[in-house]
Design a protein around this ligand. Structure first.
Ligand SMILES: NC(=O)c1ccc[n+]([C@@H]2O[C@H](COP(=O)([O-])OP(=O)(O)OC[C@H]3O[C@@H](n4cnc5c(N)ncnc54)[C@H](OP(=O)(O)O)[C@@H]3O)[C@@H](O)[C@H]2O)c1
Length: 272
């Protein structure tokens, strides 16, 4: 089995991806900043922001799946004023450039890069950082695939949870189809080994939902009562904020399904 290196293998998408690759019998190595507990996968210690360990991590690698990122918004699950001004580039731009250079030197046969739907129209600095990373991949001399996904359920849940203190939730009147990391992981595994290259069909969740419906379903699942106020928003402004409906592949796990399952998991944890 050719060796697959997953960057970001400790992250939300990366964990799902690694477990699927292992289940499918692939030989997997992750690039991680810290030692990981014993598992079925090899762990190469390294850091995209400094380049440390990348040469060793890529030794003998056939396919790279770059699922690492550093998004302050996703880390904290909320947006601060500074996020409208700048976003760090050390991982998503400089780190991608380093990873591409080491991948070229190691003779990597397929470099898959995970990105986000609608980057051209999105105005947040993080979107510009992701776009710059994508462009490096597209311009590299390597055989590449760029796979864009809609925002993940876990992130939406984290951001809505952080609004809990507000009695009234003004939400933009826009449509959206968030996706689950499990569906994106399945799709990435297919794209890695289907022989295709280049810009792949983007992936989103199964349902087109208004943001008000998304917020109301969250409140219902959590047993919370808040007033959801849909706010008018032009199509251009909505796209600028990343609120789009994706074309292409659709995942199977819905927002409601995901909310119910994560609620059940929380209840089971509380009962243990
Ligand atoms: N979140 C979304 O809604 C969304 C939507 C569409 C596409 N995407 C894309 O999907 C990919 C995965 O996103 P995610 O939400 O699963 O990310 P995540 O949970 O925040 O995980 C990020 C991963 O990147 C690693 N990382 C961060 N800095 C690093 C560094 N200096 N060197 C090496 N690794 C580093 C992290 O390692 P540590 O464990 O050491 O921190 C972690 O494994 C990213 O490309 C993201 O842009 C995300």
């Amino acid at each position: 089995m050719p060796l697959v290196l997953v960057t970001g293998g400790t992250g939300h998408l990366g964990r799902d991806l690694v477990s699927r690759l292992v289940q499918a019998g692939h030989h997997v190595r992750i690039l991680a900043r810290r030692p990981q507990p014993e598992s079925d996968v090899e762990c190469a210690l390294g850091d995209l922001a400094t380049g440390e360990g990348l040469g060793e991590a890529l030794d003998g690698v056939h396919t790279v799946i770059n699922a690492a990122t550093y998004s302050p918004i996703a880390r904290r699950g909320s947006v601060k004023p500074l996020d409208f001004v700048k976003s760090p580039t050390a991982v998503d731009v400089d780190g991608t450039e380093r990873l591409l250079a080491f991948s070229g030197a190691a003779g990597v046969q397929h470099f898959l890069h995970v990105s986000i739907v609608g980057l051209e129209d999105a105005s947040l600095p993080y979107a510009r950082v992701k776009l710059a990373g994508e462009q490096l991949v597209r311009r590299s001399g390597l055989p590449w695939s760029v796979i864009r996904a809609m925002p993940f359920h876990y992130l939406l849940e984290k951001m809505l949870s952080n609004l809990s203190w507000l009695p009234v939730w003004p939400v933009p009147n826009a449509m959206f189809n968030p996706v689950d990391t499990s569906d994106v992981a399945d799709y990435l595994v297919r794209c890695a080994f289907d022989g295709g290259r280049g810009t792949r069909a983007e992936i989103g969740g199964p349902d087109d939902l208004s943001l008000a419906a998304i917020a109301r379903e969250f409140l219902r699942a959590r047993g919370m009562h808040r007033l959801v106020l849909p706010m008018p928003l032009s199509r251009k402004a909505a796209r600028g904020m990343g609120f789009v409906v994706s074309d292409g592949v659709r995942g199977t796990r819905s927002w409601i399904d995901w909310l119910n399952r994560s609620q059940n998991a929380d209840s089971a944890m509380a009962g243990t």
